[in-house]
Design a binder for this molecule. Sequence first.
Ligand code: 13P
Ligand code: SF4
Length: 307
Amino acid sequence: MLGHNYMEPALFHSVPDFTGDSLYLARVSAKAQAQIIVFCGVRFMAETAKSLNPSRKVLLPSAKGGCSLAESVTAADVRALKALYPGVPTVTYINCYQEVKAEVDYVCTSGNAEQVVKHILAQGHKKIIFLPDEYLAANVARETGMAIVYPRRNGKLEQAAEPAGASTVMIGWRGRCEVHDKFTVEDVTNARKQFPDVTVLAHPECSPEVVEAADFSGSTTQMIKYVENMKSGRYLLLTECSMGDNIAAKNPRREMIRLCSVRCPHMNEISLEETLESLRQERYEVTVDEDVRQRSMTSLERMLAIG
Ligand code: 13P
Ligand code: SF4
């Protein structure tokens, strides 16, 4: 039983054998020996598990388990982008469906996006297509010194003008996480005014302005580790709120500032009760078309190999 860091506290602290971020859970699912994997997370994560370990039965305790980022891009969009930028390497954030992963050269997570991009740049490429998260792409572009442009969509896709003098250019996509999109720079400024000693942590699905205003940005597990390593003091998490509850329960000596109650509606579909029904009825089984699975293996294996 695998539990993503965004699971509600009652579930997170009880039934999963392994808890973690998308990258860690992908690694665990690839090696799982049990006949059944119950994935307490959203669909794109369960599809990844099924693809990496196809002889296991993978169950998702929700019939849907969507994600606004995964909904924002299709395999046809990737093919159109590749036609617009022939020969340019393609990377997708793991938050997309398997058909999209089957079209690209690399998959990454928030835990290794920067390493994947640096790996491609080290091969001498000057352009990279990075899908579908507009903000993660912009955050990684800034960290790696790349300019970023977004193709225009006037009925059909058109190349965007590239800044003169840019040595490397990232080509992004306009997908957003509906949860992290809600945090603003004003939230950070207000928290700092009230609590001048606060440490602000932001998931890289937040806007570049918010990430810039924060003290640290990283995957869900990287944020958890950061809080665990803090000697003392207050912290503010700009991410999904159940994760805040899970960290607060584990770290009672550090003070968490509560800003919001931004819950991911898709992660929220997975409850302790639904997980019990999932086990009792062996539902909802996640399947991946074998041709799609095979075509997605190269990009997935590169994700596991890098970072
Ligand atoms: P992590 O890979 O950091 O766990 O993030 C997954 C996710 O969906 C964040 O919104
Ligand atoms: Fe998708 Fe955002 Fe929910 Fe993560 S928090 S699963 S990116 S909608």
